[in-house]
Design a binder for this molecule. Structure first.
Ligand SMILES: CC1=C(CCC(=O)O)c2cc3nc(cc4[nH]c(cc5[nH]c(cc1n2)c(C)c5CCC(=O)O)c(CCC(=O)O)c4C)C(CCC(=O)O)=C3C
Ligand SMILES: [Fe+2]
Length: 376
């Protein structure tokens, strides 16, 4: 089922240029430093990407993802094949359910009585439907935990827009605030560091101490990277900071590289480089014997991890003779789950937003592509 679209920002206009848009964009409100008022009915909303649940869902899902974003048809067909390889089912939905179950348990254990809801941008349960449920359940305020740890249009602003679209489609509902970026929380770092250490330990003993550590994240267009975060380029900066902390924890003193995966878009548009596969070839050519990839850019082992790394990158490594291991993502690691609880608690207590890790409601803004006549 393709979802209905609601334009919340006129083409080319930043959401902060028109006060009425700012009101409608309350979901993306500036992070507050007020403590939660006593008696306010609150909830946590896990807001994610969504993924298909079977073969027939794949194309409508991809059309939702890429609507208006100028991704060539051939790329869609290629990506559809990746999903069909897994029965048309993305693992991301089960992973989100597992995260929600773990967070519910964590909150209950800490004596925090707060319901947890789930909504997606691109597939059921759509955030618009979840929003109606929140409103009907009498929830007055929602803390939004987006399943991306970083700044960028795709990982941050677009989630603000999802909230705004849901509010517009319902005609109101709870107020909301997006929890800060969490790439540098101790629990996220610990989860990734434990996974990196385990992946290193899985390599043959003779290459363990020399294996090259390679962090990966989703490539984005250069133009999107340039406007990520309040001063631009925050996506790359935050990824570098996260990878540095993970390596400092798991393999102190060892060098690492940060490279990019899963690029789409037409070849004429520049995206962040180098691509992970090109990088593996370059490492082999430079005489390296082994690599450990750690996809610090993602929080679960969804399709772009299990296909683009476990399949494509592993194959490239084999071709060029590199021993290969891939570290797990944070998933439901207890330290990560604890960090989610702490983010929430900090905010409810009125703690200062963590400096440098909050996007104002207007940042990461990428003007929509101008409408083009449909080509037949
Ligand atoms: C930064 C970033 C994240 C991390 C932040 C976050 O997690 O939000 C992310 C996550 C994800 N991306 C995902 C899937 C896809 N992304 C696509 C397309 C794109 N991603 C982009 C960026 C990112 N993407 C961009 C700039 C595009 C081009 C289109 C556009 O400008 O918007 C396409 C279209 C086909 C293609 O071209 O690949 C698909 C199918 C899935 C679900 C996987 C599953 O099903 O398990 C997840 C979690
Ligand atoms: Fe993506």
């Amino acid at each position: 089922m393709p979802r209905a679209t609601v334009d919340i920002t006129p083409a080319g206009q930043r959401p902060d240029e028109d006060p009425s848009l700012a009101v409608r964009n309350n979901g993306g409100a500036e992070p507050s430093t007020e403590p939660a008022p006593a008696g306010r009915r609150e909830a946590l909303l896990v807001l994610s990407f969504g993924g298909p649940e079977g073969h027939d869902d794949v194309m409508p899902f991809l059309e939702n993802v890429t609507r208006g974003r100028g991704i060539p048809r051939e790329r869609l067909e290629e990506v559809a094949e990746h999903y069909h390889h897994f029965g048309g089912v993305s693992p991301i939905n089960d992973q989100n359910k597992a995260l929600i179950a773990a967070v519910e348990k964590e909150l209950a254990a800490a004596g925090i009585d707060l319901p947890v809801y789930w909504g997606n941008r691109n597939w059921a349960p759509y955030v618009e439907d979840t929003w109606a449920q929140l409103a009907e359940d009498g929830i007055e305020h929602v803390y939004v935990f987006a399943t991306s740890a970083y700044a960028s249009f795709s990982g941050c602003r677009q989630y603000h827009e999802d909230i705004a679209r849901a509010r517009v489609s319902y005609g109101g509902g709870p107020t909301a605030e997006k929890l800060p970026h969490y790439f540098d929380t101790p629990g996220f770092v610990q989860a990734n560091a434990d996974a990196l250490a385990a992946a290193l330990a899985s390599l043959p003993e003779d290459v363990r101490s020399t294996a090259r550590l390679v962090a990966t994240a989703h490539s984005i267009p250069d133009s999107m990277a340039a406007v990520a975060g309040p001063d631009g380029h925050a996506y790359e900066a935050e990824l570098l900071a996260a990878a540095e902390r993970v390596v400092a924890e798991a393999a102190p003193g060892r060098p690492f590289d940060l490279v990019w995966q899963s690029r789409s878009g037409p070849p004429s548009v520049p995206w962040l480089e180098p691509d992970v596969n090109d990088h593996l070839r370059a490492l082999a050519a430079a005489g390296e014997h082994a690599v450990v990839l750690f996809p610090v850019g993602f929080i679960s082992d969804h399709l772009e991890v299990i296909w683009d790394l476990d399949n494509e990158a592993r194959e490239t490594a084999e071709e060029v003779g590199l021993a290969f291991a891939r570290a797990a993502t944070a998933g439901t690691h207890p330290a990560f789950v604890e960090s989610v609880r702490m983010l929430l608690q900090e905010r409810r207590a009125g703690g200062l937003p963590r400096l440098g890790t909050n996007c104002p409601a207007s940042c990461c803004f990428v003007p929509p592509r101008p409408a083009r006549p449909a080509s037949s």
